[in-house]
Design a protein around this ligand. Structure first.
Ligand code: XMP
Length: 326
């Protein structure tokens, strides 16, 4: 019968058998799936697993710390951190088109991840160990969507071995392949992962990079991070996390409007709140948040975040509006 304890036990055995004495790499995104997949593999093979966290500088307040400090404390996992905020900001300089931003972030992510892999491969080969596996947090709905097919999955990765580019083949470990999202959360909780990670609402891979309408800069990221943290804190305090599917907070960086704050006239940016209710993100409705909550968020953001003098609420369903603004 299905219990989280059984799932864990079964997967742990399976992973041990599959891996033997070889080494394994797992990327952490800050999200639920990769964290639970990594924790399961860690439970099975301990230090044979190295997790890789590419900090692209586009996460929200506290999220990098959740991975580097809280996840490591909860699991004891061996973590390789690639601090790459400058690489991503550099590559995004001057770019405003949403699809171009996505492509650049995806490309830089792969490059940063492969560089981290290379470092781990080099270190392993010094002790005669083989790095043969890559963990992926694929869930059951992803398996169905991509047509199923068990086994033999591999991923090619490019590396510079002895100065020459070479393809490395990794076999995949996918310990969440039979699970739905709520089951993954239950397994994560049972494995002792922090509630902030296990209960995290969906957040896009390109992160805050696609929530700044206009060019992404360090200053704009800092501003949006503050506004987003306030909005999330108030939503949580109101006890509405479970009712809201996700609430993107968007900075209209290329828009200015006139305001009056403190001693006088300001010419600042609007922040958009985009709370949505949804089952699967394919369609969504805007969440009817209590007005006093919206008022609190608005007051706090305009008081506490310099450069913002207006907060607006997005009341568009999906379709026609997507959940994200880019
Ligand atoms: P849209 O904006 O298309 O979003 O209504 C649907 C869901 O997908 C998330 N999303 C992304 N997730 N990479 C991701 O990992 C992306 O590029 C991306 N774009 C959108 C969005 O947050 C929502 O949950």
């Amino acid at each position: 019968d299905w219990t989280t304890a059984n799932v864990i036990e079964e997967q742990v055995e399976r992973i041990r058998e599959q891996v033997g004495s070889d080494r394994v790499i797992c990327g952490l995104s800050g999200g639920v799936d990769s964290a639970v997949a990594a924790a399961l593999v860690q439970r099975a093979i301990g230090d044979q697993l190295t997790c890789v966290f590419v900090d692209h500088g586009l996460l929200r307040e506290g999220e990098a710390e959740q991975v580097e400090r809280d996840f490591v404390a909860a699991t004891g996992v061996r973590l390789y951190v690639a601090r790459e905020a400058d690489r991503f900001l550099g590559a995004l300089a001057g770019v405003t088109d949403p699809e171009t931003k996505r492509k650049i972030i995806g490309r830089e992510f792969i490059r940063a991840f492969e560089a981290a892999e290379q470092a781990i491969l080099t270190e392993a080969s010094a002790t005669g160990e083989r790095v043969r596996f890559l963990v992926q947090g694929t869930l059951y709905p992803d398996v169905v969507e991509s047509g199923g097919g068990e086994g033999a999955a591999t991923i090619k990765s490019h590396h510079n071995v002895g100065g020459l580019p070479e393809d490395v083949e990794f076999e995949l470990i996918e310990p969440l392949r039979t699970l739905f999202k709520d089951e993954v959360r239950a397994v994560g909780a049972q494995l002792g992962l922090p509630a902030e990670i296990v209960g995290r609402q969906p957040f896009p891979g390109p992160g805050l990079g696609i929530r700044i309408i206009g060019e992404v800069t360090g200053e704009r990221l800092a501003l949006l991070r503050r506004a987003d943290a306030i909005a999330r804190e108030e939503l949580t305090d109101a006890g509405l996390d479970a009712e809201v599917w996700q609430m993107p907070v968007v900075l209209l960086a290329d828009v200015h409007s006139v305001g009056v704050q403190g001693d006088g006239r300001t010419y600042g940016h609007p922040i958009v709140l985009r709370p949505v209710s949804s089952e699967d993100a394919m369609t969504a409705d805007w969440s009817r948040l209590p007005y006093d909550l919206v008022a609190r968020i608005s007051n706090r953001i305009t008081n506490e975040v310099e450069g913002v003098n207006r907060v607006v609420l997005d009341v568009t369903s999906k379709p026609p509006g997507t959940i994200e603004w880019e």
